[in-house]
Write a protein that binds this ligand. Structure first.
Ligand SMILES: NC(=O)CC[C@H](N)C(=O)O
Length: 309
């Protein structure tokens, strides 16, 4: 069954919103601590261009870890599948997203997948361009195209805040540099990565990107193949196995939609050949996923029979 009106979603948002009091906004990136914990928004984008939305849809949020799916697609387009997976693995870790543990125990030393911070940093390292600015501009243009929104940009305050305080990510970079996984100056990579994570949009933009991935990389309106089909498939597969960090297994059972979350509270859903979903609710559970966002997806999955399994 499909959704037929934004009013249908409104009721689900109000029910899920009650959970926001049970979570916390991320504050390890100081600028994220100012987010309003009760906000919740959702958009559902169908391939025929219909879009329904509810809640605080005008709120912008930063992509954070959701950006990892998009840099993966761009790195695959820049370098090809073989190169990418020579440097980054394909297996879930079961550890928190910023864990350094498996970097040391996994031999040869390479990050286990592109959705944990270590793997995402190695992927960002692969984006082609002469300078950090060129590489960022290529990524931004790619995301503008996917979202159909030419005004998308990054939030400078949030990028700066993470650049100043992201010493754990810096240590992942230094570890990988020692082992030859990356070879650029760590500060350049940190600069690009923090700007990538601070790319800002609303839930409607995010739902449209989810829909492009759902349609195997083709723009739902123009039909243009923005991401090669195989790379869109790889991105969605990682969303299933590692997209919700170390809660991915339970999420696959309860919701059954390929999805990627970020610590600003965003979740992008991408249900193959069906729809894209964009959600933002900054109050997070103990694994760093939007607490009300997950509940909302559970309710939507049941109501509209969205589980792919
Ligand atoms: N889980 C996340 O959203 C993490 C992204 C964040 N920028 C970090 O590297 O810590």
């Amino acid at each position: 069954m499909q959704c037929h009106s934004s009013e249908e979603l409104e009721g689900l948002v109000e029910e899920a919103r009650q959970l926001t009091v049970d979570g916390h906004v991320a504050d390890y990136i100081p600028a994220l601590a100012h987010a309003n914990q009760d906000k919740l928004s959702v958009a559902l984008y169908y391939p025929d261009g219909r879009c329904y939305s509810a809640g605080d849809t005008e709120e912008n949020f930063t992509l954070q870890s959701i950006s990892k799916v998009l840099t993966l697609a761009l790195a695959l387009m820049d370098r090809g599948e073989e190169y990418v997976f020579d440097h980054v693995g394909q297996e879930p870790t079961g550890d928190p997203f910023n864990s350094i543990a498996k970097l040391e125990t996994n031999k040869p030393s390479k990050p286990l997948n592109p959705m944990i911070n270590a793997g995402a940093l190695a992927i960002t390292h692969m984006i082609i361009g002469d300078t950090v600015e060129d590489r960022l501009e290529r990524l931004l243009n790619f995301i503008r195209k996917l979202s159909g929104n030419p005004s998308i940009n990054y939030n400078q305050i949030i990028a700066q805040s993470e650049l100043k305080t992201g010493h754990l990510n810096r240590s992942l970079c230094y570890f990988m540099k020692q082992h030859g996984v990356i070879d650029e100056p760590v500060e350049d990579l940190m600069d690009l990565y923090t700007k990538q994570c601070a790319i800002e949009m609303n839930c409607l933009d995010l739902a449209r990107i989810g829909c492009v991935l759902a349609m195997d990389g083709a723009d739902p309106v123009s039909g243009e193949q923005i991401i090669p089909r195989d790379f869109a498939r790889i991105a969605k597969t990682f969303m299933v196995t590692c997209g919700m960090y170390n809660a991915s297994g339970e999420f696959a059972i309860k919701v059954g939609i390929p999805a990627k979350s970020g610590v600003a509270g965003g979740i992008m859903g991408s249900l193959p050949r069906t729809c894209g979903i964009g959600i933002c609710g900054p109050s997070l559970d103990d694994k760093g996923n939007s607490i009300a966002g997950i509940r909302l997806l559970e309710m939507m999955s049941k109501k509209y029979s969205l589980s792919m399994f």
